[in-house]
Design a protein around this ligand. Sequence first.
Ligand code: ZN
Length: 203
Amino acid sequence: MSEHLKFENIYCVGRNFERHAKELGNKAPISPLIFQKSNSAVSVKETIEIPKNKTIEYELEIVLLIGKDGVPKNQEEAQTFIAGFSIGLDLTDRSLQAELKKKGLPWFASKSFRGSAVIDTNFRHECPHEFYLMVNQKIRQEGNLKDMIFSFEDIILHLSKIVDFKKGDIIFTGTPEGVGALESGDQIEMGFYNHPPKKLVAI
Ligand code: ZN
């Protein structure tokens, strides 16, 4: 189901892994922390453009594809809204984000620049539990579903208090620890263990 996808809203969850929340000096949240990227931030290309004079960090995340319009009422219904699971990078302009956080301002500019929502369009019907990111052949991030503070269903139900879902909505579900900067020339590989990876290059 990769060629004819049309993405709608891009929702993201912050601090969904405790050790990642701590590595950036934050406490684990008591309800899902939601922010958005603009639809135009999506990139399905094999290259990541690093803007000059910026520190762009990777955040490896499982990405959910919403498969229908509406508002789920409970956990079972929430599950039926997921049409597929894949991997993505929530790219972040970390120094700008730190500046915005300090001023108490929205993160938008640091999270929604062009190309900041990298998505592998190879969505699966089942979600493997373990996922990883390698940069230049070294493992940088590893995640396991069991370490998520909020499950996929929790996130969907929380969001459904705020929005109506649309078929084609995307949810980035939060990153495990190990975030770091990308530099042009970096060779990136991301995926679920024992499944074909997505390979990218930073330019
Ligand atoms: Zn993220």
